[in-house]
Design a protein around this ligand. Structure first.
Ligand SMILES: Nc1ncnc2c1ncn2[C@@H]1O[C@H](COP(=O)(O)OP(=O)(O)OP(=O)(O)O)[C@@H](O)[C@H]1O
Length: 266
């Protein structure tokens, strides 16, 4: 048994042979995963999750229950102490709560960075970056620096940077947590549209139950630390979803069930 300082225990075939196109094979799978930090903190306990192509899975849970740890394991940024994390994606993108942009680069050059690191030719990089920025509604803002963009626009750049890599798996750690409510609702509408368009598998961490329900095909509820999956709720609506969905009685019923599950296991 390792203490969590070992190399990340992420398995799967080499990238060039991986594919998430077979719906029977999860793009991301946790199998009996536990995580104990060297400090002795037991963050996760017996977590098993499958996320398939075309699934948008949100995770909600009380503060400190291990949600970010779960995402870090999925990204290969840290290793499981017990169990296995199996990633079958040729490309994985990660979107953080902060947009984490390079301030001295324009929006376009922030998005181009992904291609630069991958050795993509300059003209092609530029084309892909322009396309990704247009997708997130930032056409015309390509040459602005992050400091002259609003919080919502900065997050759009961050999402464009994630999508330009054409990920099969996209991991989101509370990306809209720092935005005002109106911008947040707008970004939710945008993200589910992009999800439908691109068809990646998504794991999304949030403190907002209604955000989870609006965006997701499934919502997982974690218990208080050590985090375990205590509920797994399917959300019935197809994509794209109208913003008015939030006012449907069934939407409220699912939010209510999740709230009860959270309260019962906090
Ligand atoms: N590198 C680390 N070393 C030691 N303990 C850690 C480390 N990272 C996280 N923890 C602990 O593991 C537990 C889970 O942390 P994590 O950040 O995953 O929770 P979270 O559910 O994302 O929290 P929040 O909802 O407040 O963002 C916490 O008790 C935290 O203090």
């Amino acid at each position: 048994m390792s203490t969590g300082t070992a190399a990340p225990k992420v398995t799967g075939p080499p990238p060039e042979t991986t594919s998430s196109s077979d719906p029977a094979t999860p793009t991301l799978a946790f199998r009996g995963v536990a995580k104990v930090f060297p400090t002795g903190t037991r963050a996760l306990e017996d977590v098993s999750i499958d996320v398939r192509a075309g699934e948008f899975v949100s995770v909600v849970g009380p503060s400190g229950c291990g949600k970010s740890t779960l995402l870090r394991l999925a990204a290969g940024l840290d290793g499981a102490t017990e169990g296995e994390v199996d990633v079958r994606a040729s490309t994985t993108s990660f979107v953080f709560q902060e947009a984490t942009l390079l301030e001295w680069r324009t929006a376009r050059r922030n998005v181009e960075l992904v291609g630069e690191l991958a050795g993509v030719a300059a003209a092609e990089r530029r084309r892909r970056a322009a396309e990704a920025l247009e997708l997130v509604g930032l056409a015309g803002f390509e040459d602005q620096h992050p400091r002259s963009l609003s919080g919502g626009m900065r997050m759009r750049v961050s999402i464009a940077r994630a999508l330009v890599a054409e990920p099969q798996l996209a991991l989101f750690d509370e990306p809209f947590g720092a935005l005002d409510e109106i911008t947040r609702l707008k970004m939710q509408t945008e993200l589910q549209r992009l999800f439908q368009l691109k068809g990646f598998a998504a794991m999304f961490i949030t403190h907002s139950i209604s955000e989870a329900v609006y965006l997701s095909s499934r919502v997982l509820v974690m218990s208080g630390r050590p985090g375990r999956i205590v509920d797994d709720i399917e959300v019935p609506w197809s994509y794209p979803r109208s913003p008015e969905l939030r006012y449907e009685p069934e939407f409220g019923r699912i939010v209510g069930r999740l709230s009860h599950a959270l309260e019962a296991h906090s």
